[in-house]
Design a protein around this ligand. Structure first.
Ligand code: NDP
Length: 419
């Protein structure tokens, strides 16, 4: 029986909240706290009649440490689910330490302002030393390890699908299928369609930054960086069919590489249509993906935030998105001295996600693992104090919960490999 605050009330948070409310035996009281409180109130109104979880709401600016502490203390929160944006991860982690709350998020810390001089200096050093160009970077959150250990609190980073479930799949493969893993390809396919010429299926700012940045993969613990969208493959996905996919730098590569240095090569591919790429590159070339403020008619605007305003809100795509997502991990390695291949993945129907939660599959595949991860912490199954990425934790109860609560695994022992 626990008291939980969810920060954010967008697509991912809404699914997480709907799923928490299906388990009042774990989530006894839930506070929905976000920047726009009217969204929290509307969700409460919709859910409260059908759940025993007691729901309240609060307005919060997650950049405001004192306001966070006041809310966490007044509510007497056991755990904070940060399902808003990654920009505020460190502030919310600080507030959790100050108030004795466990913590979970779904995306690695990255700053909103990538020109902030102290952050920029460290970033440029990292680019030079490690050839690691992404703005997101677990090192900032890993620096909190001792603080969470000393406080006896559990902090789970990146507990969506990817990052998140993909890392549980790696831990599961290592525990049950392999003595050693040699290579890992993470494949993320959104086979969903909607009527819009261009829409992102989660927060556009985070999504477009990720896709338009240099791509990277890891070989023997070292980063190999290549231009954005320069490595393309085709793959035939279960429930979806043949799709183009592109190598991307994705945050779980850093975590998996650190926890399983035996894996010689780690790559991440995501599917995009040619139309999506054409739109994105055109917007990039026009400067619309810039996060730096520009003056427009006497006032400052941030181009990517203006663009976000003009694009469909991902939280409203549910009703019009059809098809499946298919996300998983393909491994090569050895078991009992023999070479082996293994593919573990999940297929999620956008239409079924919408029927159950009012949201499309990408919000669903992120919100369900967030709820399951919180459930692991609150029921004592993941109880080691400290800061953890998901591949460090026991995968079995988590994957069992995913199987039961909406994201069952599928397996293949003879998958087609990515060359
Ligand atoms: P949305 O933009 O739909 O939602 C973000 C929410 O955070 C909104 O409710 C927003 O409020 C709120 N918010 C933003 N800034 C603040 C602030 N300063 N204080 C309080 N609340 C704030 O994003 P999504 O739901 O699509 O994505 C949520 C997170 O999930 C992102 O970090 C994304 O990277 C991550 N993600 C992870 C995936 C995974 O598999 N691991 C996959 C997909 C997404 P308002 O309503 O006022 O805008």
């Amino acid at each position: 029986m626990s008291k939980v605050i969810v920060i954010g009330c967008g697509g991912v948070a809404t699914v997480g909240i709907v799923k928490c409310c299906q388990h009042p035996e774990v989530f006894e009281e839930l506070c929905i706290a976000s920047r726009t409180v009217s969204k929290c109130d509307a969700l409460k109104e919709k859910l409260q009649p059908n759940t025993k979880t007691k729901i309240s709401t609060a307005q919060i600016d997650a950049y405001d440490f004192n306001a966070l502490c006041k809310l966490f203390k007044e509510f007497k929160a056991d755990m904070i689910l940060n399902l808003g944006l990654p920009y505020q991860n460190l502030i919310i982690m600080d507030a959790c330490l100050a108030c004795g709350c466990h913590y979970l998020d779904t995306a690695a810390y990255e700053p909103e302002n990538v020109d902030e001089p102290v952050w920029r200096k460290r970033y440029e050093q990292r680019v030079k030393e490690k050839n690691f160009h992404a703005y997101f970077d677990y090192s900032y959150q890993w620096e909190y390890r001792k603080k969470f250990e000393d406080a006896g609190l559990v902090c789970i980073l990146g507990c969506g699908f990817d990052p998140g479930v993909t890392q549980a799949y790696v831990a599961y493969a290592k525990k049950h299928e392999f003595d050693t893993i040699d290579t890992l390809d993470i494949l993320d396919c959104n086979g969903g369609t909607n009527p819009y010429p261009f829409a992102t299926n989660f927060n556009p700012e985070i999504n477009l930054r990720e896709v338009s940045s240099p791509a990277a993969y890891m070989v023997d613990g070292k980063w190999i960086t290549v231009p954005a969208l320069s490595i393309k493959r085709e793959y035939n996905f279960d429930e979806v069919g043949m799709k183009d996919m592109y190598l991307l730098h994705h945050e779980e590569i850093e975590a998996i590489g650190a926890t399983f240095p035996e894996i010689k090569r780690i790559r991440f591919y995501m599917t995009f249509s040619q139309s999506y790429i054409n739109h994105m590159m055109c917007l990039k070339d026009c400067g619309m993906l810039e996060a730096k403020p520009v003056m427009f008619e006497g006032r400052e605007i941030i181009p990517i935030q203006f663009l976000k305003k003009m694009l469909p809100d991902p939280a409203t795509l549910g009703a019009v998105t059809k098809g499946y997502t298919n996300i998983g991990c393909i491994f090569t390695g050895k078991k009992d001295g023999k070479e082996k291949k293994y593919y573990i993945y999940n297929c999620c129907s956008h239409e079924e996600s919408y029927k159950e939660t009012g949201l499309q599959g990408v919000s669903y595949t992120t919100g369900v693992p967030a709820m399951c991860g919180a459930m692991m912490v609150l029921t004592g199954k993941w109880n080691t104090p400290g800061v953890h990425t998901v591949e460090e934790l026991n995968p079995d109860p988590f994957i069992e919960a995913l199987d039961k609560y909406g994201l069952p695994k599928r397996e293949s022992y003879n998958p087609v490999m990515v060359d």
